[in-house]
Design a protein around this ligand. Structure first.
Ligand SMILES: Cc1ncc(COP(=O)(O)O)c(C=O)c1O
Length: 463
């Protein structure tokens, strides 16, 4: 039985797959709250590189990957596909479990698949610096790495609670030459406003995004870079699914289920989009299911409301059509750092609304139980984010054991947990609490949004 399948460098995909032409309905456009109309591309050009905006709206199904980007990808791509033999034997399941391991990249997750591409296009367009936010530190590390490779400066606004909890993520970014600022900070109006009202504010991704965007639009030669949610970001991640498909083909396998965790939706989309293409456009033989996993402490897809909301707390970003728990969401102190974002990618939300993907939420104690089982059977210590998916995979494999079903399950192990030892420590000491976000807080936040923009309900795009 093959335990690990590795491809050669020449098998790194030459094109990314863009889902936009294959969505079941046109994607609702980002809305400018001032004009109540779709945002003008000129306004977005102040924030993002031109080529990335072109990709954001492109209806081309296949977008060529520049050779310079493929050359950098070759540092860690193609990533290995593993068969979880140890876990299967431990569970005594008839299911076959495969995982695509993205933790082999230098920053330790899937995030450099887009960070490298974004740094490349910004360099080509003559930018000198990129700004961004980071929660748990994975995205900031990836962008620091990408900028370093293409000689760009990099400023990372890191959510203050993570900055204090994960000092080595900060050091990793600094080693690659980035400047790391705990957010909320005194650097920006958005940060100062938060600190004026709440000097001890622990920060959130929403606040850090506000700071990074403000920094970019107020400085020449500087653009902003986002690590999830947007179409072009998810598209850059499809190298994962395209490689996985080839690897499974070599084993004469095709998944019944493709599962991944969702913070903003990039790792999961990067894995499942190419299988969605098979299912919807090429009428694949198998009716593959797509399963998104998320924390009960930030239940965007399972309990959020589908509406237009800002991507940040200071309301600097356009309004995006998505499931949201409210842009004033302050993340609870759980350990799935990268999954604590109030919204999700509009493409993913549209697919969820149309019933093409299913979402399940888990509490943090049960995900660390799954993570520990995985570490003790497969050896790899997973990051807390993909451990949500491991919880699902274990439950599904046990269901197969009861029913005798021989499902083939593919999931995305999108990062290792080497910087998350504090969380493992708390779990092993029995200190982690189950935490569920109160539904009342979601309703209150959305009511507030509707009082601010009563016309949202009238927009034609949500129907
Ligand atoms: C390892 C890992 N997985 C998943 C995520 C969630 O983001 P996304 O849903 O865009 O993959 C993050 C975000 O920081 C992460 O670091």
């Amino acid at each position: 039985m093959e335990r690990k399948l590795v491809l050669g460098d020449d098998e790194i995909p030459k094109e990314w797959y863009n889902i936009l032409p294959d969505l079941p309905k046109p994607l609702p456009p980002p809305i400018d709250p001032e004009t109540r109309s779709p945002v003008s591309p000129a306004k977005l050009e102040r924030v993002f590189a031109k080529e990335l905006l072109k990709q954001e709206m492109s209806m081309e199904r296949w977008i060529p990957i520049p050779e310079e980007v493929r050359e950098v990808y070759a540092l860690w791509r193609p990533t290995p596909l593993y068969r979880a033999i140890g876990l299967e034997r431990y569970l005594k399941t008839p299911a076959k479990i495969y995982y695509k391991f993205e933790g082999v990249s230098p920053p330790g997750s899937h995030k450099p698949n887009t960070a490298v591409a974004q740094a490349y296009y910004n360099m080509k367009e003559g930018q000198e610096r990129l700004t961004t936010e980071t929660g748990a530190g994975q995205w900031g590390s990836a962008l620091a790495f990408g900028c370093m490779l293409f000689n760009l400066k990099c400023t990372v606004y890191m959510v203050k609670v993570s900055y204090n909890q994960k000092p080595y993520r900060k050091t990793m970014m600094q080693t690659w030459g980035a400047e790391v600022i705990p957010s909320p900070s005194e650097r920006t109006n958005s940060g100062r406003n938060v600190l004026k009202n709440d000097p001890k504010n622990p920060g959130s991704l929403g606040i850090a995004i506000s700071e990074a965007v403000e920094d970019a639009v107020t400085h020449e030669g500087t653009k902003y870079s986002l690590g999830s949610v947007l179409n072009h970001v998810l598209m850059h991640q499809t190298v994962q699914g395209l490689e996985a498909k080839k690897q499974l083909e070599m084993l004469d396998e095709y998944p019944d289920v493709v599962a991944g965790c969702v913070g903003g939706g990039s790792s999961f989309s990067g894995l499942f989009w190419p299988f969605y293409y098979d299912k919807v456009m090429r009428k694949a033989e198998k009716d593959t299911e797509f399963i998104a996993t998320e924390p009960m402490a930030c239940p965007t897809l399972t309990k959020g409301i589908y509406t237009y909301d800002h991507g940040d707390t200071a309301r600097l970003t356009p309004l995006l059509a998505m499931y949201t728990v409210g842009s004033d969401f302050i993340p609870p102190p759980i350990h799935a750092g990268g999954l604590r974002y109030h919204g999700d990618a509009p493409t993913l939300c549209l697919l969820a609304k149309e019933g093409l993907i299913k979402a399940i939420a888990y509490d943090q104690v049960s995900i660390f139980e799954a993570a520990t089982t995985f570490a003790r059977t497969e050896g790899i210590i997973p990051a807390p984010e993909p451990s949500h998916t491991i919880r699902y995979v274990i439950d599904e494999a046990l269901k197969c054991k009861r029913t005798g079903e021989k499902k083939t399950i593919l999931f995305n192990l999108c990062g290792h947990g080497h910087f998350d030892m504090h969380a493992y420590d708390e779990f092993l000491a029995g200190k982690l609490l189950k935490w569920e976000y109160p539904e009342g807080a979601i309703k209150d936040s959305i009511e507030k949004l509707k009082r601010l923009y009563p016309w949202i309900e009238e927009l034609p795009y949500l129907r």
